[in-house]
Design a protein around this ligand. Structure first.
Ligand code: GRF
Length: 215
């Protein structure tokens, strides 16, 4: 790839993953550039972080629209003003429709156009509260001895798309939820940028629903 991979980062909250990516871009650690930050939550702290990095933002509050389609139509219209290659979900708390997902497909890369990071193994747990799941704090199972941070492509399901990379985070007996989350987030920050850089260098391939990475 001769040009940096241009990212549209979608967030709804704190945006610590976004900031890690923006910092790695600014420091030249990864061959990427954040073109725009999109938030569906007007007071998301991630927007404050975007301002710090001088990155343009789109704020589009889903509560102002009667349907998902209307909200996404506005999102698409506003996004059209930017040039980007990949949508990077970083704490984005809205399901995206199949139409929206298909429209993002990246022909140049031959890859789905949206990636996500999830704090648990997507094969074991989908949806919000992944760290709570790993700690046994949801009704979905006992406390685990490790969680698997997962970066994956988005398909029409919730956290069901092809897995690109996973990283194990041990859960120690004395860990509180906050302990696990803060250790896990540090792994997320590192893993997400690593994957984005691999995509930027054309090393991530997808065939028959399976991802292959050239090392
Ligand atoms: C992360 O734990 C991510 O895995 C999940 O949402 C959280 C977002 O955190 N999808 P932040 O907003 O990047 O700090």
């Amino acid at each position: 790839m001769s040009e940096k991979l241009r990212l549209a980062v979608f967030l709804s909250g704190s945006g610590s993953n976004f900031e890690a990516i923006a910092k790695n871009c600014a420091e030249g650690q990864i061959f990427c550039e954040v073109a725009v930050v999109v938030s569906n939550v007007p007071d998301a702290y991630g927007l404050v972080r975007a301002k710090k990095y001088g990155i343009p933002t789109i704020v589009c509050d889903h509560r102002e629209y009667a349907t998902r389609q209307e909200h996404e139509a506005v999102l698409r219209r506003e996004l059209a003003a930017f040039r980007y290659d990949l949508v990077v979900l970083a704490g984005w708390m809205r399901l995206l429709s199949g139409d929206f997902i298909q429209a993002q497909y990246n022909r140049r890369l031959g890859l789905p156009g949206i990636v996500n990071i999830h704090p648990a193994d997507t094969a074991a747990y989908q949806g919000v509260h992944g760290y709570e799941f790993a700690m046994g704090l949801t009704k979905k199972g006992p406390r685990l001895t490790e969680t698997k941070i997962t970066v994956h492509f988005i398909d029409a399901g919730m956290d069901t798309g092809p897995v690109i990379a996973q990283r194990v985070v041990p859960i120690l007996p004395a860990d509180s939820l906050d302990d696990l989350r803060s250790r896990g987030l540090q792994v997320e920050w590192e893993l997400y940028s690593r994957v984005l850089n691999q995509i930027a260098h054309g090393r991530v391939h997808l065939a028959d629903g399976r991802v292959r990475i050239e090392e």
